[in-house]
Design a protein around this ligand. Structure first.
Ligand SMILES: [Zn+2]
Length: 292
């Protein structure tokens, strides 16, 4: 029998990019315009007399604060658009789920007919292929929604993470929404294979990685996610607990998000690596680097 599972790989950055291509933010034009305004004001400032030098530090702080505000607005705008796209994908998922139900019923009927010798094997195979294709579409919708929820969760929790006190090397803390571990191992994405091996040996299936390093979504959110990966496991699940225990033993830093919304499982996941609170180069030079 033809396998009905999709076998979709975890690193679907290209598809993520295509999904978000439509979100090319009009706000980015505003951002560029804002940058131009800063540039022009800098020229103006440079042309001023020497006595204005004393005011430069104040002006710089003011620009930085305005830049932070603009970055926050840009992120909020991006998150809003992601939520809109997510709502559209939810509707598509409902249609694809209906399609799978209908094709499954049709396949069972045809199997009966085939068993009675009333239809050919080719006719049965045709329905089976249609059902497999519908299941792929349904699985892709579900996976995309999960990826989006995780990205939205990290973006929404950024301010909370930035506001947390710094954690000592090897430190561990747990709250209703977050579990943090400041592991001291020199983690890099190149070590991901070891974690994947541990997980597949323990649970017999692949580690559900939804974001491996920097993705177009992180670019859009201006997050530095280059040396981190996200795993779609609830930290309180059996598999999640095992993974966290493995990471602590290996000294690998992580942040586990129970949820951005207390009591709701949406967006719960495990971020392996340093937190992505730092902005990508050029977007926010005043961003907090690597705070845990
Ligand atoms: Zn992450």
């Amino acid at each position: 029998m033809t396998p009905l599972t999709t076998g979709i790989g975890p690193h679907r950055l290209e598809r993520m990019f295509n999904r978000f291509a439509q979100l090319a933010s009009p706000g980015s034009l505003g951002f560029i315009g804002f940058g131009l305004a800063i540039f022009l004001s800098t020229i103006s400032s440079n042309a001023a007399s020497a006595q204005d030098k004393a005011n430069k530090s104040t002006g710089s702080a003011s620009r930085s604060s305005a830049s932070d505000a603009e970055l926050a607005r840009l992120r909020a705008d991006t998150i809003e658009k992601m939520k809109q796209t997510r709502a559209g994908t939810e509707k598509l998922l409902a249609l694809h789920e209906d399609e799978v139900k209908k094709l499954t019923a049709e396949y069972r009927q045809r199997q009966e007919l085939y068993n009675q010798g009333l239809i050919s094997r080719a006719e049965l195979n045709q329905t089976e292929r249609a059902r497999a294709a519908a299941m792929i579409r349904m699985d892709e919708d579900k996976r995309w929604i999960a990826e989006t929820d995780i990205a939205i969760t990290e973006a929404s929790m950024r301010d909370v993470l930035v506001g947390l006190p710094a954690m000592a090397p090897g430190g561990y803390s747990e709250s209703g929404t977050l579990i943090r571990f400041n592991g001291t191992a020199s983690w890099s994405l190149a070590d991901a294979a070891k974690i994947e091996k541990f997980f597949s040996q323990a649970f017999g299936h692949v580690l559900p990685i939804t974001a491996f390093g920097q993705t177009p979504t992180h670019d859009r959110l201006r997050f530095d996610h280059r040396n981190a990966m996200d795993v779609a496991l609830h930290p309180d699940s059996n598999e999640g607990r095992s993974l966290l225990s493995y990471l602590r033993q290996a000294g690998v830093p992580f942040i586990a998000f129970r949820s951005a919304v207390p009591g709701a499982a949406t967006g719960a996941h495990i971020h392996i690596g340093s937190p992505s609170v730092r902005a990508v180069a050029g977007a926010d030079s005043q961003g907090v680097c690597c705070k845990r």
